[in-house]
Design a protein around this ligand. Sequence first.
Ligand code: SF4
Ligand code: SF4
Length: 283
Amino acid sequence: MTTYGMVIDVSRCTGCYNCFLACRDEHVGNDQRPIAASQPESGHKWIDVLEHERGKLPRVRVDHVPLPCQQCKDASCVSRAPDGAVYRREDGIVIIDPEKAKGHPQIVASCPYRVIHWNAAEQVAQKCTFCAHLLDQGWKEPRCVEACPTEALVFGDLDDPTSRISQLLKSKATEELHPEFGLAPSVRYVRLPKRFVSGEIALADRMSEPAAGVRVTLHDGTKAHDGATDLYGDFAFDELDAGASYRLRIAAPGYRPREIDIGARKDVDLGTIVLEPVSAGTP
Ligand code: SF4
Ligand code: SF4
């Protein structure tokens, strides 16, 4: 048995769009029925690259999250399609039948990931096929994976314990995109963007200089994450669990320490935190 899947490492994605361009190169003007009609010249993103911006200027993080069809095991596009117009192959690839799906625009709305597009000329819904037509000819991976210069996309057989993707799933923490949809996707992600907290430290008696190297510690109740301000006096902690509570402790010799309680329901930028000097004789 073969079950195809993909692991996407967000920390490796540079947002270069090579995957998107390779997808267009493969599918525009290339009719692959019964797997898919050709992709139209414009308007479709069978693999999209979502830009995810966090924080506030000047402390901003930008991540790129590639988004192909997630090839779900419990796909809503399959269960809601009329007359078997969308089906899952034995190798796990979900296919929209270009003939049976004709004239059924409601198929577009059956995917909560929003990866299905409407081809007005062909009157058919379309999406990523994992390049099934190439895999059926013996290719080892879809065009997007082949084109990715950073190996952010890893494709392979989930049923083969020796495959690179199986090894990766064993060695790295992965997660689903939108597990709340409950569709059991065959695409998993490494380092999806999480909450982050940032700020700048200034020293009250040296406001014109950046406070570099000030110790900043984030406590999550069980462990402490150590950090320090950079050359500009900025600090940031990433990959915080949404909804968890944290306590930030800032300490610099000769200055009063500060403690700030933080909720990570959303990204937090604390702005400029000024440390006051401990004057001689002050407790
Ligand atoms: S991501 Fe959407 S289109 Fe793809 S299999 Fe899942 S439900 Fe269907
Ligand atoms: S080709 Fe690779 S690095 Fe470039 S946008 Fe796609 S996944 Fe990201």
